[in-house]
Design a protein around this ligand. Structure first.
Ligand code: NAD
Length: 339
C-alpha cells in the first residue's frame, strides 16, 4: 500500500522503515501535521499514518475520503483526535496501537514523581553552578504514602506494580476494577475520596467526553492540601487554569505533566528561538514546583519498535483482509481488555 506518514521525525522514519524490511509498503514521509490544510498531501495514498497531535476532524476526514484514502493508521494508543463517527460514515477504517509498552509510560510517570519529589531538576542546576545548599530541596519518603491511580488499565496497572514495590498504599478510581490492581492492594474509591485521601495522584485514563477536565476546580477543592498531581495521559483530562489557581493557593503542592491541553502548537518541535505565545503554558513554567516534559513518556527504543511493528501489521492486515488487527470504531465505548 502507499502510506502517507504525517508528523514524522527522523526517529519515526528509522523505526517504521526498519519494521518493513522488504519494502512491502511505500511509505511517504511528511514533516507536516495532518489537518484539513495538509490532507491534500495524501493524494494517491491508500492510507495515512498519523500521530497524537494530527487533527482528524470532519474536514480532514472528508478531504482524505475525497482523495480515496481508505485507512487511518494511528501510531498511538489514544484516538481522541479522530472523529470516529465521521470516519465510519465516510467508510474510512481507523486502527491504532493499543499497547506498545505500558512500562515506558509507567516508568516515565514514576521518573516524574521521583524527580518532582526530590527536586532533581533543581538540584541538577544548582550543583552545576556550584550551589550545594539544600534549602528548598526537601522531599518526602514515598514508602507508606497514599498514591491514587485514576485509570487502572495497562499503564495504570504498570504504575501500580512499581509503586507497590516502593511500599506505597494504593487507591484507585476507574469505571471498571482491574483484579490485578486489587491483588496489588489497591482500593477502588470514588474520585472525590481519592483526591481527598491521597498524597500523590497520577492520571492514566483516556481523554473522552467523560474525562475531559476530570481534574477541575470542584475536585481540587476536595483534594488533600499539598497534593502532588501527575499527568501522563492526555492534556485535556486536566483543566489547566484550575490547576494553576490550585498551585497559587497551595492546594496543589506540586505538578508534573508530560501532556498539555494545547500541546499541539508546542510539543515535538524546537521552538527555543521563538517567543512563547501560550500564556497559560508560560505561567506553568514560572512555578518552582512544576515539572514538564514534552510528551516523551512513550519515547523508548522498545516502545518505538513496537509502535512501528504494530502499525505496519495493521496496514498489512488491512491490505490482505480488509480489516486491520487493532481497529477502532464508534463501538469502542470501553477500552479493550488488558492483554
Ligand atoms: P487502557 O485502555 O489500557 O486503560 C485506560 C483505563 O482508563 C481503563 O481501565 C478504563 O476503564 C479507564 N477509564 C476510562 N474512562 C474512565 C473514566 N471516565 N474514569 C476513570 N477511568 C476511566 O489505556 P492505557 O494503555 O493504560 O493508556 C491510557 C492513556 O494513556 C491513553 O488513553 C493515552 O491517552 C495515554 N498515553 C500517553 C502516552 C504518553 O506518551 N504520554 C503514551 C501512551 C498512552
Amino acid at each position: 500500500m502507499i502510506v502517507a506518514v504525517f508528523s514524522t521525525k527522523p526517529y519515526d522514519r528509522h523505526f517504521l522503515a526498519a519494521a518493513d524490511p522488504d519494502r512491502r509498503h511505500r511509505l511517504i514521509w511528511f514533516d507536516a501535521r495532518l489537518s484539513a490544510e495538509t490532507a491534500m498531501l495524501a493524494a494517491g495514498a491508500d492510507a495515512v499514518c498519523a500521530f497524537v497531535n494530527d487533527v482528524l476532524d470532519r474536514a480532514t476526514l472528508e478531504a482524505l475520503a475525497a482523495h480515496r484514502v481508505r485507512l487511518v493508521a494511528l501510531r498511538s494508543a489514544g484516538f481522541n483526535n479522530v472523529d470516529l463517527a465521521t470516519a465510519a460514515a465516510l467508510g474510512l477504517t481507523v486502527c491504532r496501537v493499543p499497547a506498545y509498552s505500558p512500562q515506558a509510560i509507567a516508568e516515565h510517570t514514576v521518573a516524574l514523581l521521583l524527580a518532582l519529589n526530590r527536586k532533581i531538576h533543581r538540584a541538577y542546576n544548582r550543583v552545576r553552578e556550584g550551589n550545594f545548599a539544600l534549602d528548598g530541596l526537601l522531599g518526602f519518603d514515598l514508602a507508606g504514602k497514599k498514591v491514587g491511580i485514576v485509570g487502572t488499565g495497562r499503564i495504570g496497572e504498570a504504575v501500580a506494580r512499581i509503586l507497590a514495590g516502593f511500599g506505597c498504599r494504593l487507591l484507585a478510581h476507574d469505571i471498571a476494577e482491574n483484579p490485578a490492581c486489587v491483588a496489588l492492594g489497591a482500593h477502588y474509591v470514588p474520585r472525590e475520596d481519592l483526591f481527598a485521601a491521597c498524597d500523590v495522584v497520577t492520571l492514566h485514563c483516556p481523554l473522552t467526553p467523560d474525562t475531559w477536565h476530570f481534574v477541575n476546580s470542584a475536585l481540587l477543592e476536595r483534594a488533600k492540601r499539598g497534593l502532588m498531581l501527575i499527568n501522563t495521559s492526555r492534556g485535556g483530562v486536566i483543566d489547566t487554569r484550575a490547576v494553576i489557581r490550585a498551585l497559587k493557593d497551595g492546594t496543589l503542592g506540586s505538578l508534573a505533566l508530560d501532556v498539555y491541553e494545547e500541546e499541539a502548537d508546542l510539543f515535538f518541535e524546537n521552538l527555543s528561538d521563538q517567543v512563547l505565545r501560550d500564556d497559560v503554558f508560560a505561567r506553568l513554567l514560572t512555578f518552582p514546583n512544576v515539572l514538564i516534559t514534552g510528551h516523551q513518556a512513550f519515547f523508548t527504543r522498545e516502545a518505538l519498535s513496537e509502535i512501528a511493528a504494530t502499525t505496519l501489521a495493521n496496514i498489512t492486515a488491512f491490505e490482505d483482509t480488509g480489516r486491520p488487527i487493532h481497529g477502532v470504531s464508534t463501538d469502542v465505548v470501553a477500552p479493550p481488555p488488558a492483554e
